[in-house]
Design a protein around this ligand. Structure first.
Ligand SMILES: Cc1cc2nc3c(=O)[nH]c(=O)nc-3n(C[C@H](O)[C@H](O)[C@H](O)COP(=O)(O)OP(=O)(O)OC[C@H]3O[C@@H](n4cnc5c(N)ncnc54)[C@H](O)[C@@H]3O)c2cc1C
Length: 400
């Protein structure tokens, strides 16, 4: 019997663990170690500040689901790994493994510029989303200019765009839109670059949205400083802001950074091959955001990064599971798929309207790429949410 320890059990880790157990059955002992006992459908956090979702609607206990499928669950924080001893140190003791899967997601780099952590809101955590909801309630009483955007080095631009269009809709619903100057600030070289070098028609579509909804925008800018009532850009411009929401960069978590033998990149991600296997330690694998992904485009004046979205996170979890099974069966031919060659499947919610993004490859070169706007309703994102929650609640990790 082989033991696989999976660190982090949300998108990538939960898929990897369930798939190893489903395929390996009695030959595999699988253990998930996660700080949180909850599965969280992160993409719906953008709706929490507006009261369209509560945290309980988009999260549930994952330990019982994993156990039902024969996967052990330990609620603990992994601190570091000793690859020679094949041991992970955690807040609940040490665990040895035959294979280790690292699926720890991101750490948010709030200190990217002065004031970002203190004065800008961030919607990517339950706490941050709820704080944003409270701040918007206050803002309503005394509306003023609003700045939404992404900082230099950010990669998760899509979620910030989603928040922008959702807040625009919310301002209209609150009947305060006319009192608010709304700004979008982004390090992208053009609107709709998304860290994937854009898609045909994407820039035009976003420019049209900005015009229709009277949103001012600045591209190729970073954040110099955020204060209680302003945002200063690297271009030197200062924009007054009564409410600011920014997407900071993601970096690797402390667990990875505290394990120097894994030779993490400067940003704390794991250098793995197209089989998601560590080049130095053949029994260590990475999946999801923890994977180092090379920039698929030439950076502009202001650096920014590529997106690590849910579909490739899930997909890399599946590839890692398949490869661990193959290795333990003595096979040498492993499944390989570069991050950028995984299909791009994403829905950008724009507040009761949406843009569906589909391509054969996430990164260029692509054989096809299409952005389909739906201005009538955002049912694709709602459907995606319902499907993903249903699939995960039932432990159907084999489904796409
Ligand atoms: C606001 C927002 C909106 C988004 N919207 C979309 C969208 O619409 N579509 C889309 O495809 N993607 C979206 N994404 C991206 C998507 O959420 C990620 O691709 C996905 O969550 C990555 O999965 P992961 O498993 O790598 O990391 P995560 O989902 O972040 O999971 C990491 C897990 O590791 C655990 N962990 C971390 N460190 C440790 C440790 N030391 N010890 C133990 N456990 C640890 C955490 O508790 C967590 O459970 C969005 C992201 C954000 C922030």
């Amino acid at each position: 019997m082989k033991t696989t320890v999976v660190i982090g059990g949300n998108f990538a880790g939960m898929t990897a663990a369930l798939e190893i157990k489903r395929k390996g059955k009695k030959d595999h002992r699988v253990m998930v170690i996660d700080k949180s006992p909850l599965f969280l459908f992160i993409p719906s956090l953008i709706w929490v500040p507006f009261g369209r979702r509560e945290i309980r609607d988009i999260s549930f206990r994952k330990d019982s689901i994993l156990r039902k499928k024969g996967v052990e669950f330990i609620q603990a924080e992994a601190l570091k790994v000793d690859p020679q001893l094949q041991t992970v140190m955690t807040t609940k003791g040490d665990f040895t493994y035959d294979h280790l899967v690292i699926a720890t997601g991101p750490k948010v780099k709030y200190d990217v510029a002065p004031g970002v952590g203190e004065y800008a809101h961030y919607i990517g955590t339950p706490n941050g989303a709820m704080k944003t909801r409270k701040a918007l309630e206050e803002f309503k009483k005394n509306p003023g200019p609003v700045v939404i955007g992404a900082t230099q080095n950010a990669g998760c631009m899509g979620a910030a765009y989603e928040f922008l269009f959702n807040i625009e809709k919310w301002l209209r619903e609150q009947k305060i839109r006319k009192k608010v100057d709304l700004y979008w600030v982004t390090p992208e070289t053009f609107l709709g670059h998304f860290g994937i070098d854009g898609m045909t028609g994407g820039e035009t579509m976003l420019k049209t949205f900005m015009k229709i909804f009277h949103i001012h925008y600045r591209t190729e800018v970073g954040i110099k400083e955020v204060s209680k009532d302003s945002v200063t850009l690297t271009s030197g411009e200062t924009i007054n802001s009564s409410f600011t929401m920014l997407m900071p960069p993601f970096i690797g978590v402390d667990f990875v950074q505290n394990s120097p033998e894994l030779e993490p990149t400067q940003t704390g991600y794991l250098p793995v091959g197209e089989d998601y296997r560590h080049p130095k330690f053949s029994n260590i694998w990475a999946a999801g955001i923890a994977v180092d992904v090379k920039l698929p485009f030439k950076p502009g004046k202001v650096p920014f990064s590529g997106p690590k979205t849910g579909y490739p996170s899930d997909e890399t979890g599946k590839i890692v599971a398949e490869n661990i099974i193959r290795v333990t069966q003595g096979k040498t031919k492993l499944k390989k798929k570069a991050w950028g060659k995984i299909p791009g499947i994403c829905v950008m919610d724009a507040g009761k309207k949406e843009v569906i993004i589909i391509s054969d490859h996430l990164f260029k070169p692509r054989n096809f790429a299409i952005m389909i706007p739906n201005v009538l309703y955002d049912f694709s994102k709602v459907l995606f949410e319902k499907y993903f929650l249903w699939k995960t609640r039932n432990g159907y990790s084999q489904l796409p």
